[in-house]
Design a protein around this ligand. Structure first.
Ligand SMILES: Cc1cc2nc3c(=O)[nH]c(=O)nc-3n(C[C@H](O)[C@H](O)[C@H](O)COP(=O)(O)OP(=O)(O)OC[C@H]3O[C@@H](n4cnc5c(N)ncnc54)[C@H](O)[C@@H]3O)c2cc1C
Length: 478
């Protein structure tokens, strides 16, 4: 299942380590996740769900869902998609609802530490990294955490050259932008980085964070910037929980970050930019794509991406929905059907594809749960992808000490995420007496660039959604 030959990426050999899965010895590469190592060994069923005996496989691959929960060294509910494999680990399939582990397990949760950075940034994607750099450059001490083992968020798997504004890194590969920002952050003397570390709750004065398998920390920052990104949307159809149904971004993580193929033959669902780009990346990894099914009558992504796919002879079948997947223990077949103008299924139009992977590129929703838990006022704004926090033009939510930036504030792009991160980072620093006129310039400049990015009729809906949420009800607009 390893990708050996890739036009852009290389996956250098690292030390081989051994762990056990259900008592069986498995070889892995140091630096890969448990889920990636299992996939490479051909094991795609990772757990059985709830009280039902249904196998579940990887879906998001970035720690956002529960599909990959397994028992690791006796500890249940470990997100194996973001937990690095280690020598001698004991990994077991989890069935039903787990029990709380006994004290004799390797969980070290009794260790509690305290930390007091001036600014805590939750999420090390483009928004969080830019926010960290901006706040730290103004003189604030920053702690940035990310629950994934690597910094960079979604950028680390974007091998294509970015679209977006010409003065916002367009034309550069997303991966290279992510690597550059991650290096700058890691090298900055005022920034402390903690990866494999999740924020689990925002309380009245403290934020609770958990360093995977090591310790809990109580952080009491003066300002918190929430840059938790987005979650891939699921589509309802029979057997959508069968191993082999992935979020398209999950497929991308497996391939482009860990160099592991998700399967042999894929049906992509969704012909927006994400579906089109990941289809092309599957081809680059030598994975066959049977077709792209798109429920709308038009392809949503850019013409240039669709043209590349068509040149490879892959049909993009519009006006079709995925109606079910079939298989005994994992996906063996996918069935799509034509839909009419009002969304009704047209009988007798079934098309079957023998595939072992169905990748869903059906949209993203902001990851708002921490903001909700922290008491920030939210609003449902379909134009922004779902529930988003109300905020002012300096990205302050209705809880004055909490900021938001990037996809967590509404689904856009990495370019806008970085600009929002710069605004949040600069204002957080200013509000604790750091920085000065330079930070005001950063905010003004970023706002102007955002306005330019969001200009034009394509963004009419986005702009009206933003107008609704950029009206905080409790904080003072500056
Ligand atoms: C296939 C594809 C192609 C794309 N192409 C482009 C493009 O060409 N141009 C462009 O501008 N944009 C593009 N994008 C969009 C871009 O990747 C995103 O808009 C951008 O990554 C959003 O940045 P972010 O920092 O808000 O979130 P993310 O990049 O998602 O980062 C959020 C981070 O927060 C972490 N996190 C979440 N919850 C917690 C928690 N509780 N505790 C700790 N950490 C947490 C996550 O692990 C993650 O690393 C593309 C996206 C995809 C999927």
């Amino acid at each position: 299942m390893r990708i050996n030959d890739h036009p852009i990426l290389s996956f250098p050999e690292t030390e081989t380590i051994t762990f056990s899965y259900q008592g069986r010895e498995i070889n892995a590469k140091r630096g890969e996740t448990i889920a990636a190592a299992l996939h490479n060994a051909g094991i795609t069923e990772l757990r059985n769900s709830g009280d039902r005996e249904r196998g579940r496989g990887l879906f998001c691959a970035i720690g956002k869902c529960s599909s990959c929960l397994m028992k690791v060294d006796g500890v249940p509910n470990v997100r194996t998609c973001i937990t690095m494999v280690q020598e001698g680990m004991e990994v077991e399939k989890q069935t039903g609802f787990p029990e709380i582990p006994s004290k004799s397990t390797k969980l070290k949760s009794e260790i509690i530490e305290k930390k007091s950075p001036e600014v805590l940034v939750i999420g090390g994607g483009p928004a969080g990294l830019r926010a960290s750099l901006t706040a730290a450059s103004a003189g604030a001490s920053v702690l940035v955490i990310d629950e994934n083992p690597l910094l960079g968020g979604q950028m680390i798997k974007q091998t294509h050259k970015f679209f977006g504004s010409s003065d916002q890194e367009a034309g550069e590969r997303g991966k290279d932008i992510g690597d550059r920002l991650s290096r700058e952050v890691s090298d900055h003397p005022e920034i402390e980085v903690m990866t494999s570390t999740s924020a689990v709750g925002i309380f009245e004065e403290k934020v609770g964070i958990y360093k995977n398998r090591e310790k809990f920390l109580k952080v009491d920052p003066e300002k918190t910037i929430v840059a938790t990104g987005a979650t891939e949307d699921m589509i309802k159809f029979p057997n959508n929980d069968m191993p082999g149904v992935y979020g398209a971004g999950g497929v991308q993580t497996l391939m482009n970050v860990y160099g592991v193929k998700p399967g042999d033959r894929v049906l992509m669902v969704g012909a927006g930019n994400v579906g089109l780009i990941i289809t092309y990346q599957l081809l680059q990894a030598n994975v066959e794509v049977a077709a792209i099914a798109e429920i709308a009558s038009e392809i949503g992504g850019y013409f240039v991406h669709a043209a590349k796919i068509r040149r490879h002879g892959i049909p993009i079948i519009t006006d079709h929905r995925v109606s079910r997947v079939e298989g005994t223990e994992k996906v063996e077949r996918a069935v799509i059907e034509e839909v009419g103008d009002s969304g009704e299924v047209i009988q007798g139009t079934e098309k079957k594809f023998d595939v072992d992977v169905v990748a869903l590129a059906a949209g993203l929703s902001p990851s708002y749960k921490l903001l909700n838990h922290g008491g920030c006022e939210l609003e449902f704004q379909p134009a922004l992808g779902g529930h988003v926090p109300k905020r002012d033009k300096r990205m302050r939510t209705t809880r004055e000490e909490i900021y938001v930036a990037g996809d967590a504030s509404g689904i856009e792009e990495a370019t806008s995420a970085m600009l929002e991160g710069a605004i949040a980072g600069a204002d957080a620093a200013l509000s604790i007496g750091k920085g000065g006129p330079g930070e005001e310039d950063i905010i003004r400049d970023a706002r102007e660039k955002l306005e330019k990015l969001r200009a034009g009729s394509y963004y009419d809906n986005l702009r009206s959604g933003l107008q609704e949420v950029e009206k905080p009800s409790r904080t003072k607009e500056q």
